[in-house]
Write a protein that binds this ligand. Structure first.
Ligand SMILES: Cc1ncc(COP(=O)(O)O)c(C=O)c1O
Length: 396
């Protein structure tokens, strides 16, 4: 097994959680690194001792750092960033801001995330929009030529999940962005599983809206997320929910919606989480997202190759470009048994739930899959330990 050169010793030294655990559940929630945990604990301690509003005032710069860090990561301006409590909330705040009319079409992929699909179905039921699933090509990724063929005046939105949570696939978001941009159709990208493991430049991706979560590959805290909305689109999207932070109350009978992406925010928030997410983004950028992507892809490719060589094991990941998520099933054990048995040996894996990509599960009659999602602090030694344990389990 080989992986690109990376100072993995330092990464592990800065990850307290990995000393006694093999954590292959980074697509669920990563282990937070020391600077992120310390900032989180420190902020909460100060809230305890000094008062929440008082700390918020004193920590204004650290809170603002979240916006500049996110803007650096995505190559956009700070005004285009909103802090949200989850990827789902960010996605929904932007999605529900579209004034869909009966007969409008949304083009999406069959690997769209469950909560996005629920929101689309909700708009189909209440607004009469039509959801059109773009077919996949022979590699399992969204078929860009088919997408191009579906463009017409009825299409009001293209919504794509960059990295679906149920496998290693990386959808060709750049090519999708080009189709969307040349047709002048807004492009909403769910980057929940790609932020922190792949470089995501909104200009290269051509997306107008992007959402992500803190806890996954960005290694931030739970209950944090971000939303990017391109400034040329922002003032055309009136958020479905407003408050006195998202809109300025001019008098008791008049308000003006903010012009920047913070119009999608709540006033109340997890301040400690916001500060820590800013630090998590800075931390990821200090490693370099290109370097992270190379290492994660290389580790995952090694794991897929090794798993494919074990009798009774099937690897399910599709796509030309594959990321750090590895999915498999075994003839010998159910996915739940595999996960449970390995958890007892302090190896964290997860299952792929139906809601990860419901349509794909239905179409392909996928069995329940085990998901091993790797990050850069995982090692070749950990892969070897996991593979040994799995072989023993399957042979016993
Ligand atoms: C692709 C994708 N989109 C969205 C989400 C939802 O993220 P959150 O739980 O932060 O709302 C997930 C979570 O697993 C995901 O994998």
């Amino acid at each position: 097994m080989s992986a690109v050169r990376f100072d993995v010793e330092r990464a592990r030294g800065e990850t307290r959680g990995c000393s006694d655990l093999i954590h292959f559940n980074n697509a669920g929630a990563s282990l937070m690194p020391v600077p992120v945990c310390d900032a989180l604990h420190d902020y909460l301690n100060r809230e305890e001792l000094e008062g929440g509003y008082e700390v918020m005032e004193k920590q204004a710069a650290a809170l603002e750092n979240f916006y500049s860090a996110a803007a650096r990561m995505l190559s956009c301006s700070e005004e285009e960033i909103a802090f949200v409590d989850s990827a789902t909330r960010g996605w929904a705040m932007a999605f529900y801001a579209f004034n869909f009319q009966p007969g409008d079409r949304i083009l999406t992929s069959s690997a769209e995330y469950g909560s996005n699909l629920v929101a689309m179905l909700h708009q189909a039921r209440h607004r009469g929009v039509e959801i059109v699933f773009v077919p996949e090509d022979q590699h399992g990724q969204v078929d860009v030529a088919a997408l191009q063929g579906l463009i017409d005046s009825r299409v009001k939105l293209i919504a794509l999940t960059h990295v679906p949570s149920g496998g290693g696939l990386v959808n060709p978001a750049v090519a999708v962005g080009k189709v969307a941009n040349s047709a002048g159709i807004p492009f909403l990208l769910d980057a929940c599983q790609s932020l922190g493991q792949l470089p995501c430049d909104v200009n290269l991706l051509g997306c107008d809206i992007l959402c992500g979560t803190g806890r996954k590959f960005l290694r931030g805290p739970r209950g944090t997320g971000l939303l990017y909305v391109r400034n040329t689109l922002c003032d055309k999207l009136e958020p479905p929910l407003l408050n006195h932070h998202a809109a300025i109350l001019l008098s008791s009978d008049r308000y003006r919606v903010r012009s920047d992406a913070r119009r999608f925010e709540s006033w109340e928030r997890n301040c400690a989480g916001q500060v820590a997410l800013g630090i998590a983004i800075d931390y990821a950028l200090s490693w370099g997202l290109g370097m992270i992507a190379e290492r994660v892809k290389s580790l995952a490719a090694s794991l897929r190759a090794e798993l494919a060589g074990i009798a009774g094991v099937e690897v399910w990941d599709r796509g030309i470009e594959k990321c750090g998520i590895v999915t498999f099933s075994t003839e010998q054990l159910s996915a739940a048994e595999t996960q449970e048995q390995l958890a007892a040996r302090r190896i964290n894996l997860s299952l792929v739930p139906f809601s990860a990509n419901p349509r794909l599960c239905e179409q392909q009659h996928l069995p329940e899959l085990v998901r091993a999602s790797l990050h850069y602090y995982n090692t070749e030694t950990e892969l070897a330990v996991f593979l040994d344990e799995l072989r023993n389990l399957l042979n016993s």
